[in-house]
Design a protein around this ligand. Structure first.
Ligand SMILES: Cc1ncc(COP(=O)(O)O)c(C=O)c1O
Length: 407
């Protein structure tokens, strides 16, 4: 595979020239100039409301429609379904849970993976007040994942939903989502997958996976601060409208976008296609197609892999360090590497790195139940280093140099 020149790739991200080493990408990624410029241009030149008849309004209506088409291509909703755009994954999942709360039969059970981010736990836990029963799918601390046989034991004809992260934002291992979907569907349950920590690293393919609901945050995938929620047609059809009473049922995806998406954000999201085409080695003339999305993410995976391997190799060689999550690098692991140290707190390590302009984060990072299950201090949590394809081995070496002075 032809990999793009890393310097040329990095030059497309203005923020990367700042001197900060961005290793907090699981919190939020940087954006290429084409995305920032599109938002800027939209606000300066075409900032009018959608749906009116004058040319500028018609143009904006088209931009937002094109952004939805891009989102569908991005998640590969080739055989139907909707890609809804909203302010954040948390908001989208709350909306979804609000809809389910109105239709779940008494005695319905919801299975929640203990590895989840609170955004895909809290909204479901709150349905207990409406009579749903929560069943926890526990972490196996040895395996550092929620095992499939434990899910199998929980599934029954009472299971309405299984909510899980495709990748935990602390652990970094990719869950076998197609198998979870197969098992859940076998029990007649729907699957709500949180793809936030997966989407910056690999191509989403909702069609191949058969998943009912899949959400990711665009601001962690080189775009503006929004989120995309994919819903399968049959899953959408089961739910009441979360929108105004007069919005027609077939007005999709708007029916599930109460308040509508950020229009300038849609302009930015759409412009990401240009960057993906660059990564894919495509000419960038027309709209970004599915082949370009897949090639772009294959390139990202190749660029990221040596960094994961190098950091894990270093951490494994340090006495007193415990890597949280899968221990081995490989295709089923993304560039999110968490660890704890027997003597230093995660807060202390983060504070030292902060002073050297190496951006990392520590804490439970909203994976509260996971940190509790790991038996770690909830305040201190883990030290998380999260990188993506635009980071370099040199940056990892810089991190290691500082860690070497303190670990
Ligand atoms: C795995 C995971 N899920 C969900 C969220 C929530 O996303 P948002 O900020 O778009 O609500 C985050 C945010 O950090 C996350 O890491």
């Amino acid at each position: 595979m032809n990999l793009p020149d890393r310097a040329a790739l990095r030059a497309r991200f203005p923020a990367l020239a700042s001197g900060t080493v961005f290793l907090e990408n699981a919190g939020g990624s940087q954006v290429p100039a084409c995305v920032a410029d599109a938002v800027h241009r939209y606000l300066r030149e075409t900032y009018v409301q959608l749906g009116a008849g004058y040319p500028l309004s018609r143009h904006c209506t088209q931009v937002v429609a094109d952004a939805h088409a891009f989102a569908r291509t991005f998640v590969n909703a080739a055989r139907g379904g909707q890609a809804m755009i909203g302010p954040s994954s948390t908001v989208m999942l709350n909306m979804l849970a609000g809809c389910y709360g109105q239709v779940l039969a008494p005695g319905s059970e919801i299975i929640l993976a203990e590895t989840g981010h609170e955004a895909n736990l809290g909204p479901w836990k709150r349905l207990e007040r409406l009579g749903a029963t929560i069943r926890w799918w526990p972490l196996d601390p040895e395996l550092q994942l929620c095992p499939l046989d434990a899910l199998d034991a929980l599934l029954s004809d009472r299971t309405a939903l299984v909510a899980l992260p495709h990748v935990s934002n602390l652990l970094g291992g990719i869950v076998d989502l197609p198998e979870v979907v197969r098992m859940a569907h076998g029990a007649g349950a729907r699957v709500v997958a949180d793809g936030v920590a997966y989407a910056p690293h690999r191509a989403i393919d909702v069609d191949a996976w058969g998943v009912d609901w899949y959400v990711y945050s665009t601001y962690k995938v080189y775009g503006p601060h929004m989120a995309v929620l994919y819903g399968r047609d049959d899953a959408l059809a089961e739910l009441p409208s979360p929108n105004h009473f007069f919005v027609p049922r077939d007005d999709l995806p708007y029916l599930f976008e109460p308040g509508g998406p950020s229009h300038e954000g849609c302009a930015g999201l759409l412009a990401l296609g240009e960057y993906l085409q660059f990564l894919a080695g495509a000419d960038g003339g027309g709209p970004c197609d599915r082949a370009a999305v897949e090639r772009a993410f294959a390139v990202m995976e190749q660029l990221e892999a040596p960094l994961v391997a190098r950091l894990l190799e270093y951490l494994h060689g340090k006495p007193g360090v415990r890597v949280i999550g899968p221990q081995e690098a490989g295709p089923a692991r993304v560039g999110t590497v968490s660890f704890v140290h027997e003597r230093l707190t995660a807060r202390e390590i983060a504070a030292i790195l902060d002073r050297t302009a190496i951006a990392v984060r520590h804490g439970h990072m909203y994976a509260w139940h996971l940190v509790k299950a790991l038996g770690l201090d909830l305040e201190d949590g883990v030290l998380r280093v999260s990188f993506v394809h635009y980071n370099t081995l040199d940056e990892i070496e810089r991190l290691i140099e500082v860690l070497e002075t303190i670990l």
